[in-house]
Design a protein around this ligand. Structure first.
Ligand SMILES: Cc1ncc(CN)c(N)n1
Length: 237
């Protein structure tokens, strides 16, 4: 009897200790999968994607524009972490993210010249402009660190999990997109996303209910923007 009670307590304790990001994932699974299992991503995984100049223009050109707006946002998260986080390693994780964005920019330039895409003449599409504006709105001082770091984690994670899904067993990624999938779907990038997720969960543990709810809204906005980003592939955005 005593043993049973102890077991119950442990189960209750574990339930109460579910990290916030895990509760969001369970609650918003369908929406999240809508981004990481978007038809464009599934077509890459199934090998049916038509990697025409239009798609190249999206993956290289539009994403290049996005990443250039992403950098100042990440810089603002770095500033917030210096001021608001008491954990030194937060800065190192975010700095690592900045370094990987520098690599991304160089990679876009390399791919653009390989496929003769002129990065300077790509016009940002509406969905991309809206997404970049959203990023800018999160750079203000009034945005709390837990909210900003939530957006950062969600943006990186959706991308990582989308491309990791393409690489899972049974996929038939076309040769010319293999490197793209590996760039974001690799395990190292996955570990980095997990470090961001740990920062989110830790910072939300100490946050007020109001900030937690703002962070959840922000998480959902990111997922919606990511869906809209891929919708550009069908001209629906
Ligand atoms: C739209 C989008 N989202 C996320 C990432 C990953 N840095 C990206 N390159 N582009």
């Amino acid at each position: 009897m005593e043993k049973e009670e102890t077991a119950k307590m442990t189960v209750t304790g574990a339930t109460n200790n579910i990290p916030v990001t895990e509760t969001w994932m369970r609650k918003h699974r369908l929406l999240y999968d809508g981004a990481t299992r978007h038809p464009f991503i599934l077509s890459i995984r199934q090998g049916s994607v038509d990697f025409s100049s239009f798609k190249r223009w999206l993956v290289i050109g539009q994403d290049y524009i996005f990443v250039r707006s992403f950098v100042p946002f990440v810089a603002s998260v770095l500033m917030k972490s210096c001021k608001e986080s008491s954990v030194e390693s937060d800065m190192e994780v975010i700095l690592g993210g900045m370094a990987s964005l520098a690599d991304e920019i160089n990679w876009f330039k390399k791919e653009a010249s390989k496929y003769h895409v002129s990065l300077t003449s790509v016009v940002p599409q509406n969905a991309n402009v809206t997404y970049c504006r959203f990023l800018e709105s999160l750079t203000g001082q009034e945005i709390e660190y837990p909210v900003a770091i939530t957006a950062f984690w969600a943006i990186e994670s959706v991308y990582q999990q989308s491309f990791a899904h393409c690489l899972e067993e049974g996929g038939r990624v076309p040769q010319e997109l293999q490197e793209t999938c590996e760039r974001w779907g690799n395990e190292g990038f996955g570990a980095y996303c997990n470090s961001l997720r740990d920062i989110v969960d830790r910072s939300l543990q100490k946050a007020s209910a109001e900030v937690v709810s703002k962070a959840e809204v922000c998480f959902l906005s990111v997922v919606e923007h990511e869906v809209e980003f891929w919708n550009m592939s069908t001209g629906d955005a």
